[in-house]
Design a protein around this ligand. Structure first.
Ligand code: PLP
Length: 219
């Protein structure tokens, strides 16, 4: 089995210029995250606020911390304090809570809108047809800064089957760019995981969230 170092170096060598690597670290102890950082990872994706707090206490702010899980309202205060980017905003209600907590600590919180590109009822994320309206509402909030879109896409099937969902998300990303909304800088298109990142990059992703291919299979 290859080491974390080898995995990260292979990924960094493979990713085209302009595509950033985010290590999806759920369930990983801080030592393993540190190995990934020593090999060149600069962005850590965390699904749980508590886990991120523990890891960040050990590792510090030499890397960027992104939140990629489902954000519960009672965790927003902490999330606003510790994350550099919240990738999973999927309702105006959640955006308002972030606005309130960010205003309280005088922080401008960078966020992405999570798109439920597969229109799967049991999944989080806003359906594609609602993204532009939500973006228009979010840019009215002075302590949020809309920085792009994130999507998971349906997890079943071959990576090729994810392509239409990535494509639809990228078209929304471009549409939002063209709208040139105030208080909005469409910089990140976060799509693609271990199985699907190559297809995601072909469809325009510039931030890929990789867990298994860095850390090995989760227990
Ligand atoms: C776990 C996770 C990933 C990475 O998944 P892998 O298949 O292990 O690469 C990416 N994004 C999110 C939101 C995740 O929860």
């Amino acid at each position: 089995m290859s080491s974390i170092r080898e995995n990260v170096q292979a990924l960094l060598a493979e990713l085209p210029p302009g595509v950033e690597l985010e290590a999806a670290a759920k369930g990983q102890p801080p030592e393993k995250i540190v190995e990934a950082i020593k090999a060149g990872v600069k962005i850590i994706g965390e699904n749980y606020v508590q886990e991120a707090l523990a890891a960040k206490a050990v590792i510090g702010s030499s890397v960027r911390w992104h939140f990629i899980g489902h954000l519960q309202k009672n965790k927003v205060k902490k999330a606003v304090e510790i994350f550099d980017l919240i990738e999973t905003v999927d309702s105006f209600e959640l955006a308002l809570e972030i606005e309130k907590r960010a205003a309280a600590v005088a922080k401008i919180m960078p966020i992405l809108i999570e798109v439920n590109s597969g229109r799967e009822p049991q999944k989080f994320g806003v359906w594609p047809e609602k993204v532009i309206d939500l973006a228009r509402q979010i840019v009215e909030l002075p302590h949020l800064r809309l920085m792009g879109l994130m999507t998971m896409g349906p997890l079943t099937g071959s990576p090729e089957e994810a392509r239409p969902y990535f494509r639809e998300t990228r078209l929304l990303f471009e549409e939002l760019k063209r709208l040139n909304l105030p208080n909005c800088e469409m910089r990140y298109l976060s799509m693609g995981m271990t199985n699907s990142y190559r297809v995601a990059i072909e469809e325009g992703a510039n931030l890929v969230r990789i867990g298994t291919k860095i850390f090995g299979p989760r227990e």
